[in-house]
Design a protein around this ligand. Structure first.
Ligand code: URA
Ligand code: SF4
Length: 215
């Protein structure tokens, strides 16, 4: 099975998953979107109303803002993977419960293993807590740290920044640091597969100059 097929197989499993009660009320599961060779994975909390309707992550108001934030980092959705710690909508957008987070973690772990990103950006506290338990977002947002074989950057949740105007400049500034952080992560990880990937992209860009990848 190719890595791409593995990602599709995980999405299939998610759509049939009954490992927690959230399956009872979901309309569409939201496995996550993005290329299998993404160097950055953005991991949010869980589907909201619109995501549950459409089956795609961050398609509501927070998603519009995320698109602006990605532009701040010089990327588009086509360059990165975006998903959540729980794949089915918690009713009324309540917080996901510990047993739901635990049940759903196998899917996210399988996705991370398949994509093997250099950087994981956590959006919000549930995602941050998976990688950096007990951390305080106000103290560490935007700071890249090595955890295991890759780098984690905790960021505020875009929806939080939408509702608290004071957070907006911070989250924009944090996203603007991403291109430099990616360069740093690449250099430190010395990933040959990534270097090959960049060369391939460069060759494709010679043919299709409009698909410029700012990384
Ligand atoms: N908020 C999230 O955390 N995830 C989504 O997919 C949408 C909104
Ligand atoms: Fe399965 Fe995750 Fe959906 Fe729960 S939230 S039913 S664990 S896919």
């Amino acid at each position: 099975m190719t890595a791409e097929e593995t990602l599709s197989a995980i999405a299939q499993e998610v759509s049939a998953c009954t490992k927690c009660v959230l399956h009872e009320t979901r309309k569409k599961s939201v496995p996550g979107d993005g290329p299998v060779n993404a160097e950055i994975m953005f991991i949010g909390e869980g589907p909201g109303f619109h995501e549950n309707e459409q089956g795609h992550p961050f398609v509501g108001a927070a998603g519009k803002f995320l698109d602006q934030l990605l532009a701040q980092a010089g990327v588009t959705r086509a360059d990165v993977w975006i998903g959540n710690v729980v794949k089915c909508r918690p009713p009324g957008n309540r917080d996901p419960l510990p047993d739901e987070l635990e049940a759903c973690d196998v899917h996210l772990e399988a996705q991370i293993k398949t994509i093997n990103p250099s950087i994981i950006v956590t959006l919000g506290r549930f995602s941050m807590n998976k990688f950096i338990p007990g951390a305080k977002i106000s103290a560490i947002h935007g700071e890249m740290q090595k955890i295991g074989d890759r780098y984690i950057i905790p960021m505020f949740h875009p929806a939080a920044a939408l509702h608290q105007a004071a957070l907006k400049p911070s989250i924009l500034a944090d996203f603007a640091r991403l291109p430099d952080q990616l360069k740093e992560a690449r250099a430190a990880l010395g990933r040959k597969d990534v270097v090959e990937k960049i060369k391939e992209t460069a060759v494709q860009q010679d043919n299709k100059p409009k698909q410029l990848n700012l990384f």
